[in-house]
Design a protein around this ligand. Structure first.
Ligand code: ZN
Length: 258
């Protein structure tokens, strides 16, 4: 039977300091059949970890790309040096939930454009693709989304959606991640399981699973994520973000609804 629904696995915060944890996930998930990932890579973590000075990491990323993974731009510094919030909601998310890592949550257009241009410059130096942007700690201002589009980017990945400029569409795509919060750890995967899989018969959404290097320490959470991924691969086709967009694009050109 052809699988109609899709899922994708992203590994966030790829940089040279965390490469061991990242490689651990890649190896550990192989037996489940999870062999391709979105590798969400930080161009220059906290201004002192530029990927263009990490040849081993770049070599590994190219190898992963050749084997079907996708490289995604993850902010510039992965820290909110701007530090201004325009709304209470931004403050709650940026300051209290993500502790100052939502680098793009409130950035005005000019600054977002400048930062993103720098990210693209670093990625291009390393010969890595610059189509897809995923903001650190899921915070991104409308201005920053526009800046990515104006810089020639094709899409922005958000917590609940994929903002795809090529098809001019926002695809609903909720994310499951362990993060480090206990409540999330215990209940989120059950809720997500119910939510995504119960409604499978009515929808063709992309389930997004995310892993962070720190999740390696959170073994119970990781065990639950693995269980769900093992379940997902039986019912859903494993894709990268790019592959999902291509599938959707074909469907859009063939028909009007999906
Ligand atoms: Zn991150």
């Amino acid at each position: 039977m052809q699988k109609k629904n899709y899922f994708t696995v992203s590994i966030h915060d790829v940089d040279k300091n965390d490469i061991d944890a990242i490689k651990y996930f890649v190896e550990d998930l192989k037996p489940l059949g999870i062999t391709k990932f979105n590798l969400v890579t930080i161009p220059n973590e906290e201004k002192n970890n530029p990927i263009d000075k990490a040849p081993e990491l770049i070599k590994w990323l190219h190898e992963m790309e050749r084997n079907g993974s996708q490289i995604v731009v993850h902010g510039l510094y992965h820290k909110d040096y701007y530090g201004k919030y325009n709304t209470i909601w931004q403050k709650i998310v940026g300051k209290y939930i993500f502790h100052g890592y939502s680098e793009f949550i409130s950035l005005p257009y000019d600054l977002a454009y400048k930062y993103m241009k720098e990210s693209i410059k670093i990625f291009k130096k390393c010969n890595l693709p610059t189509d897809t942007f995923l903001p650190p700690a899921w915070g991104i201002s409308k201005d920053a989304i526009k800046a990515w589009k104006d810089l020639g980017g094709k899409r922005v990945i958000e917590f609940f959606a994929i903002n795809d400029f090529e098809n001019n569409k926002e695809f609903f795509s909720p994310t499951l991640g362990i993060e480090s919060q206990k409540l999330w750890l215990h209940y989120a995967w059950r809720i997500y399981d119910w939510f995504m899989f119960y409604f499978d018969k009515y929808s063709h959404h992309l389930a997004k699973f995310t892993l962070h290097p720190g999740d390696q320490k959170n073994l119970n959470g990781y065990k639950n994520m693995k269980k769900l991924m093992a379940k997902a691969i039986k019912k859903r086709e494993l894709v990268t973000i790019d592959e999902f967009i291509k599938i959707k694009k074909n469907k859009i050109s063939k028909c009007c609804r999906f």
